[in-house]
Ligand binder design. Structure first.
Ligand SMILES: NC(=O)c1ccc[n+]([C@@H]2O[C@H](COP(=O)([O-])OP(=O)(O)OC[C@H]3O[C@@H](n4cnc5c(N)ncnc54)[C@H](O)[C@@H]3O)[C@@H](O)[C@H]2O)c1
Ligand SMILES: [Zn+2]
Ligand SMILES: [Zn+2]
Length: 352
């Protein structure tokens, strides 16, 4: 028997952009006809949640806001139209909470590009609460043999970097630079890249992140804080000195977005994923032309990418480090993240 659904629950609520989150009790919502209610057991904390708190993107959030979009839990209630997922199933709430499923983008499985897409923990309440709602069509299906705590970071970080690696067109045996490799997305990117048979050059700062990325499978580490010439150091880290085949940018500063086009090899691809505030990509036109460089953005993933990213995890290929703490401690995680002091991901236990 499923536990009775309470009418009230613990949540972290942001009242005002730029303020602090407040741990308090709020009502549990009821799912609409095409929605499910999920008892969120664990939620990862993504840097996007911090962008939402700081209000540093050119896109307003709802307010008051319950953030969070890496929620892993158990389905506890179904809307009247929902048939393909059952009470008791494991499910994940990801960034794309819903989309219209009708526009030309949705029809081609580009649902993140849907103009009517709703985003968990941004335009609708997310996973920093014990019970959260999502459209049944969009919730991630999580197999029962997966650990809900460990899989939480896959639901944004994992899907996003898996998609970004695919978008880069890189092939097994080739070399990828992962920029911001010691952070949440970066640590997952190292694991997906390793599982895909890629050589990894990790770029980030500090001894902790160097050690962590080495354990995750990186062959080389370039420290952005101490390197005197980052472009040459990255090129020098490739066997033939020509630079990596692709760069996956998951850093939260602008500078690396202005360096990558200079160190990828001819025909190389730069994939922008991180979204530092007010930042621009920059590339030298002459070299980009004569080296035939591709520069592109990559935004989360669709439902198929979600299923594939989860399958890598289920097969035991994705073991990214995470630290656990209680939902009540979210503000202190934001403070550490702001300073760039988190190696890997934090996962919140919503029962604490
Ligand atoms: N495109 C998408 O779909 C998508 C999805 C999720 C997150 N994001 C964005 O990705 C970014 C990263 O998120 P996260 O949760 O991994 O953040 P994080 O804070 O966990 O990690 C960021 C990492 O970047 C590193 N870094 C900072 N400056 C750097 C530099 N100059 N060179 C190399 N590394 C540097 C930091 O040390 C840190 O390890 C955020 O902007 C987030 O909003 C985008
Ligand atoms: Zn995210
Ligand atoms: Zn649509």
């Amino acid at each position: 028997m499923a536990d009775k659904i309470p009418t009230e629950q613990w949540a972290q609520v942001l009242e005002k952009t730029g303020g602090k989150v407040q741990y308090k009790k709020i009502p549990v919502q009821k799912p609409g006809p095409d929605e499910v209610l999920i008892n969120v057991k664990y939620s990862g904390v993504c840097h996007t949640d911090l962008h939402a708190v700081n209000g540093d993107w050119p896109l307003d959030t709802k307010l008051p806001l319950v953030g969070g979009h890496e929620g892993a839990g158990v389905v506890v209630a179904l809307g009247s139209l929902v048939e393909d997922i059952q009470i008791g199933d494991y499910a994940g709430i990801k960034w794309i909470n819903s989309s219209c499923l009708q526009c030309s983008f949705c029809q081609q499985a580009d649902e993140p590009l849907c103009a009517k897409a709703q985003m968990s923990g941004y335009t609708v309440d997310g996973t920093f609460q014990q019970y959260a709602i999502a459209k049944a069509a969009h919730v991630a299906r999580i197999p029962k043999d997966c650990d809900l705590e460990a899989i939480a970071p896959v639901l944004c970080a994992g899907i996003t970097v898996y998609k970004g690696l695919r978008e880069s067109g890189i092939r097994a045996g080739e070399t990828v630079a992962i920029v911001g490799a010691g952070g949440g997305l970066g640590s997952l990117a190292c694991q997906y890249a390793k599982a895909m048979g890629l050589e990894i050059i990790a770029i980030d700062g500090g001894a902790d992140k160097k050690e962590m990325t080495a354990k995750l499978g990186a062959r080389a580490f370039v420290d952005f804080a101490t390197s005197k010439d980052l472009v040459s150091d990255v090129k020098a880290a490739t066997e033939d000195g020509l630079g990596p085949h692709a760069a996956i940018l998951v850093a939260v500063n602008e500078k690396p977005f202005q360096q990558a086009a200079e160190y990828v090899r001819p025909r190389g691809t730069v994939v922008a994923i991180g979204m530092p505030a007010n930042a621009y990509l920059r590339a030298p036109v002459f070299e980009s032309v004569v080296k035939m460089i591709t520069i592109k953005g990559s935004y989360v993933g669709n439902r198929r990418d979600t299923a594939e990213a989860i399958e890598f995890f289920r097969r035991g290929l994705i073991k990214a480090p995470y630290k656990s703490c209680g939902l009540s401690e979210l503000q202190s995680i934001y403070d550490m993240m702001q300073e760039g002091n988190i190696a890997g991901r934090y996962v919140l236990d919503t029962s604490k």
